[in-house]
Design a protein around this ligand. Sequence first.
Ligand SMILES: [Zn+2]
Length: 103
Amino acid sequence: MNNSALTCPQCQSQKIVKNGSIHNKKPKYKCTECGRQFVEHPRKIYISEDTKNLIEKLLLEKISLAGIARVTGVSRKWLQDYINAKYKEVSREINVSKKNEES
Ligand SMILES: [Zn+2]
């Protein structure tokens, strides 16, 4: 089992090998599937509002995270973080609407 949660930013493959380090001593990785090289914490990923809207729709369709990541091109890690942040944000709202549904 692969313990590292590293995912290729280009093809989402998890077949990642360590490939030396860059000048600031951060480890550098290489995807063995597509050859893309990257560092573990790349610059902030920009996800467009269109993509976020699409993710919202796919979440409602109960599509798996892996499926959503594949369709929208975002990383599984980003998607998980996004969903975590989202549920944190609306948890109070959910509690309120649950009460309403029971009545
Ligand atoms: Zn790749």
